[in-house]
Design a protein around this ligand. Structure first.
Ligand code: GAL
Length: 415
């Protein structure tokens, strides 16, 4: 009964905002989902809206992690021409909300009871000043390994459970004549590996360093150890890694040219798009030493202030995104877990089921942390300061000792 009332209330809200206008409703959407797997997932949303009579104006800005998209967005808003909805991560959403640029989704969120089904960890980025400003689409996490199954089998078939076993596996891949680590040298990808490495050195350490920005943790021997491990990983990438897009690195693992990629679970979208099956063609596992903990990032569509004639379509888009059916259909393709806690895992593959279970476990155990690399630990200024040090060290411009010192100084300078 209450479900019926809720559905009716939502329909009434949307009908009222449509106001009987017959012009074609549309949403203009800025995003960075341009790889094969990402585009396939986005298509689920496009088709859903088109089936509701809402046209999709696409504004793709290529560049994994969204750095380039955020630059284009700034230019658009400065020109007084904000899109309807923008794919956005964590603290960036709050920064735009602070500027007063975002609209209010309360009427639809309250009518649909989002409060009860969207986890608090996401709500802290979907709400500002108590008001809903963004619609969360998914929950990704960064502490994953994507391994070519045939290469793993040729190396003995055992998943590495700690750092030493991981290095032994990389050696075995080298002996097979393949590139041990598929990687793209871009700051956000380097930082994504750093998420996994630092988390594997302890959940307290990760929290102290990247959530609390504690100078003692940032300047610790453990942090030096983390950088040392980055140098080890660096020694296993191929000569052409610089600037390579993340999905091309995924393709190296898919095609058996490389052994493993350290990447968030959007990588799974590429494997699935290529017709590969978990457990048969590839293996997904947590970064060794991080099982039980999760560094997450949630893609949300931040809704910008739009003119009255565009509001109904914007609310409809938000409503569609939060529908449980859409949440399942989209995230099955994208590689992420749903942004609602009440979506069954029935349609998800083994890696998807694991993502959902790991997330629930980490959330219950207090080991769920925002990803430093993907804007969920700190605002962009801090994130970029960390990126800079991590990338310079990865590329051999800084020793581990120098990187630790620079990290403390760089974080202090932007706070
Ligand atoms: C992440 C985003 C994912 C995926 C990835 C690579 O920041 O959350 O959805 O798009 O970048 O582009």
């Amino acid at each position: 009964m209450s479900k019926f009332l809720t559905t009716t209330a939502v329909a009434a809200i949307l009908a009222a905002s449509l106001g009987g206008a017959h012009a074609q409703e549309s949403v203009e959407v800025l995003h960075w989902w341009t790889s094969g797997g990402e585009a396939a997932a986005l298509d689920v949303l496009k088709k859903d809206l088109e089936s509701k009579g809402i046209a999709w104006q696409d504004m793709p800005v290529a560049g994994g992690g969204g750095t380039e998209a955020m630059t284009v967005l700034r230019a658009r808003v400065t020109a007084g021409n904000a899109p309807t909805a923008v794919q956005m991560l964590g603290f960036d959403i709050l920064d735009w909300a602070k500027e007063g640029a975002l609209g209010n989704l309360d009427e639809i969120a309250n009518a649909e009871g989002w409060d009860k089904v969207i986890p608090t960890a996401l709500q802290q980025f979907s709400k500002y000043d108590g008001h809903w400003i963004a619609a969360p689409v998914n929950v990704h996490s960064t502490n994953w390994l994507w391994i070519n199954k045939a290469a793993l089998d040729a190396a003995g078939g055992k998943e590495p459970t700690n750092w030493d076993e991981l290095v032994a596996l990389l050696e075995a891949f080298k002996a097979q004549g393949i590139t041990p680590v598929a990687h793209g040298g871009q700051a956000w990808q380097d930082a994504t590996i750093f998420d996994g490495i630092t988390l594997s050195l302890g959940t307290d350490f990760y929290k102290a360093a990247f959530i609390d920005l504690d100078p003692a943790a940032l300047g610790s021997d453990k942090m030096k150890e983390a950088f040392d491990r980055m140098s080890v990983i660096r020694s296993y990438v191929d000569d052409n890694f610089s600037g390579r897009d993340w999905n091309l690195a995924s393709a190296m693992v898919i095609e058996g040219k490389a052994g493993v990629q350290f990447m968030g679970d959007w990588a799974k979208g590429e494997f699935i798009k290529a017709g590969k099956t978990p457990g048969t063609d590839f293996v997904c596992m947590r970064f060794p030493g991080t099982q039980g903990a999760v560094t997450f990032n949630s893609d949300q569509f931040a809704m910008f202030n739009v003119s009255a004639d565009k509001k109904a379509a914007q609310l409809q888009m938000a409503s569609s995104i939060e529908s449980p059916v859409f949440q399942s259909a989209f995230n099955v393709v994208k590689g992420s877990a749903p942004a609602r806690t009440d979506v069954p895992d029935t349609d998800f593959d083994a890696c998807g089921k694991k993502a959902i279970a790991d997330l629930a476990e980490a959330n219950a155990n207090g080991t769920l942390f925002g990803s430093m690399a993907h804007g969920h630990a700190n605002p962009a200024a801090v994130k970029n300061a960390i990126y800079d040090v991590v990338t310079r060290q990865f590329n051999g411009e800084l020793t581990s000792e120098e990187a630790v010192q620079e990290l403390v100084a760089a974080v202090a300078a932007v706070q």
